[in-house]
Ligand binder design. Structure first.
Ligand code: IDP
Length: 228
């Protein structure tokens, strides 16, 4: 006789970024997926049109053999966050056992979208990144064009609001900062510490050397795909 009953719950962890361009979402996601062996990473920038529910499906596919997945998309709109919750509910049974439950963890990169510091840091990073991105080619398309895309995201950005749906559905919200030259490293450490605090059964502590190495490797990352 198995002592596992059908009513036992399997927990899976879904990490959801809420950010604007240049916050270091992809860099931080890469660091975390390098340091957490049970954590996968799915990127909206690698998805071709029509987008539909492809990102959620990729995340669910990843969760078949991982405990966690990072959904690397800006999710700067309430509608996008709602879409993630709704699609997980509607689609998970196609991929995972029916007794799976999800813990949704929000990585909240933006505390004040009007902060001049945030603008200067993210603008400098997008210019420095140049053409090294799937869709935004700051070098070829020019700085003004990149700035206009960035401003569009900032203007539309809807901050995390824990008191109302959809954001009230997050189990954990981790507030991050984009205020330093090594923000992606310090943000990854903040996420690791918070995950360890809330879910010590799935996350183990990581040494400073390993974090530094993953940070350097993530800064060297080059996307595989160019989308026209
Ligand atoms: P995004 O996914 O939020 O748009 P990323 O692509 O991760 O942002 O980062 C934008 C650019 O900034 C990339 O070229 C990346 O290498 C660089 N970058 C990310 N985090 C840091 C950091 O902590 N220090 C310095 N550069 C960084």
């Amino acid at each position: 006789l198995s002592n596992i009953s059908l009513t036992d719950v399997i927990y899976k962890f879904v990490i959801v970024n809420v950010a604007v361009l240049g916050c270091g979402k992809t860099t931080t996601s890469i660091i975390l997926s390098k340091l957490l062996p049970k954590c996968g990473h799915v990127q909206s920038d690698n998805i071709t049109k029509p987008v539909k529910d492809k990102l959620t499906r990729m995340a669910l596919e990843t969760l078949k053999d991982h405990d966690m997945v990072i959904i690397d998309r800006g999710n700067h709109l309430l509608r996008e966050r709602k879409q993630i919750f709704d699609e997980f509910e509607d689609l998970y049974h196609e991929y995972l056992p029916i007794n799976t439950k999800f813990k949704f963890v929000c990585l909240n990169y933006v505390s004040n979208k009007h902060s001049p510091e945030l603008w200067n840091l993210t603008r400098n990073r997008i210019i420095k990144r140049g053409d090294n991105h799937q869709t935004i080619k700051a070098e070829t398309q020019g700085i003004k064009f990149a700035e206009s895309i960035m401003k569009g995201f900032i203007n539309r950005f809807q901050p995390v609001d824990v008191d109302h749906e959809p954001d009230s559905k997050f189990n954990v919200i981790i507030d991050l900062d984009v205020h330093s030259n090594e923000s992606s490293k310090s943000n990854a450490v903040k996420v690791l510490n918070a995950l360890f605090e809330y879910y010590p059964e799935v996350v183990s502590p990581v040494s400073d050397e390993k974090v530094e190495q993953a940070f350097q490797e993530a800064l060297d990352h080059k996307p595989e795909l160019t989308i026209k």
